[in-house]
Write a new protein. Structure first.
Length: 168
């Protein structure tokens, strides 16, 4: 006890400070630490959901790309089939009349190319529309927790205008 008095330590004041420190520590832990941890956990969940949605969007985009490739392959096979058919008809018609065959073969090739072009354009339009819809859906889900409803509507509206401009 004498040592404490030598160093100028008041035992009552020291105990009061320890009690005050424990009260402040309890209040900080109760009022600040737990809510802060809760907020951090909520933020972590939101980020995880955003990453999951991004992955889902990527998978949907991959599926759309696969469908596009399949449609192109079908269109190419159809084009090859049409070209093969046109060549066979041209050979048969060459035996009959050279001038008639030449006109018919040119017409068949032009029709086949036009049909391929139309089918390709239609497939590209459908794909662009589908990708745009996915992008808008992804954008709506992404900005849901980041912006107010008015800001979300404005962002989605602007994105849709830009996508319409690019798809036309």
């Amino acid at each position: 006890m004498e040592i404490l008095n030598t160093f100028g330590v008041d035992i009552k004041l020291f105990i009061a400070q320890v009690v005050n420190f424990l009260i402040v520590l309890y209040l900080l832990r109760r009022l600040l630490y737990k809510p802060l941890l809760t907020a951090l956990q909520d933020r972590k969940k939101t980020i995880a959901q955003g990453l999951q949605q991004a992955e889902e969007g990527r998978l949907l985009l991959e599926k759309a790309s696969e469908k596009e490739r399949a449609m192109r392959k079908i269109a190419q096979e159809e084009a090859r089939r049409l070209l093969d058919e046109a060549k066979k008809q041209r050979i048969l018609l060459l035996k009959e009349t050279e001038s008639t065959t030449k006109k018919q073969a040119e017409k068949i090739l032009a029709d086949a190319q036009e049909q391929i072009t139309l089918e390709t354009k239609e497939a590209e339009k459908r794909l662009a529309t589908h990708v745009s819809e996915l992008a808008v859906l992804f954008l709506q889900k992404s900005v849901h927790n980041l912006f107010t409803q008015k800001e979300q509507d404005e962002i989605v509206k602007n994105a849709m205008k830009k996508m319409k401009g690019k798809t036309n």
